[in-house]
Design a protein around this ligand. Structure first.
Ligand code: SAM
Length: 192
């Protein structure tokens, strides 16, 4: 399976521990290799990266870590996979010079027939987010899954406040969505 935006391994580590082979794609070198990060109180701390965490758990032989931007890198991965997942990656500003559809179709292209596409994503809360297609919703995504796909599940939360964390020193409001779809044929929805 493939995890796009793997960060330091919240999803990759349990998948590998469960016996899956995983390709972990991440553009942030600190998430992969570790380094100094600023905590919400302004102090600095060392964060362990995905590569070291995999080594500590003796899972490194099951995971191929790819340090690359999923959208513009010439990825060293080919073929079609059982499952492709991304979690809260689409809204990152680095992706805004691409259409969200480019991210979605690039993910879809990696999924084998009967395989699973999964995404958890930020939905819009603020006026600025409502103007950005990168804060999306199950309804806005569903046209991308009209041909060759079967949407199995969509979820959405209400607004909730998240506590400060690395990269975000203040409490902040989110609304999340999720979509799971299985590929039913190699036919794809027409690309815009
Ligand atoms: C909020 S984190 C989620 C990480 C992890 N999946 C989790 O659930 O804890 C999103 C990650 O996606 C990465 N990301 C966003 N756009 C990306 C892209 N185009 N290519 C690779 N990684 C990307 C970010 O660098 C960030 O580490």
């Amino acid at each position: 399976m493939v995890v796009i935006g793997a960060s330091d391994g919240r999803l990759v580590l349990p998948l590998a521990a469960a016996g899956h082979r995983v390709i972990a794609i991440e553009r942030d070198p600190i998430a992969l290799q570790g380094g100094l990060v600023e905590l919400p109180d302004g102090t600095k701390a060392h964060a362990t990266g995905l590569i070291e965490r995999l080594r500590q758990e003796q899972l490194d032989d099951r995971v191929d870590v790819v340090e690359a931007d999923f959208l513009d890198a010439d990825l060293p991965i080919t073929g079609q996979y059982d499952a492709v997942w991304t979690s809260s990656s689409w809204h990152y500003s680095a992706n805004h010079h691409w259409r969200l559809a480019d991210f979605v179709t690039r993910m879809q292209d990696l999924v084998r027939v009967h395989g699973l596409f999964g995404a958890e994503f930020m939905m819009p809360v603020t006026a600025r987010q409502h103007l950005s297609e990168h804060y999306t919703s199950p309804e806005r995504l569903s046209p991308h899954f009209s041909k060759g796909w079967n949407i199995q599940l969509t979820l959405r939360t209400g607004q909730f406040t998240e506590r400060p964390h690395i990269g975000q020193p203040h409490p902040h409001v989110h609304r999340m969505g999720a979509l799971l779809a299985t590929r039913t044929s190699s036919a794809t929805t027409e690309r815009a």
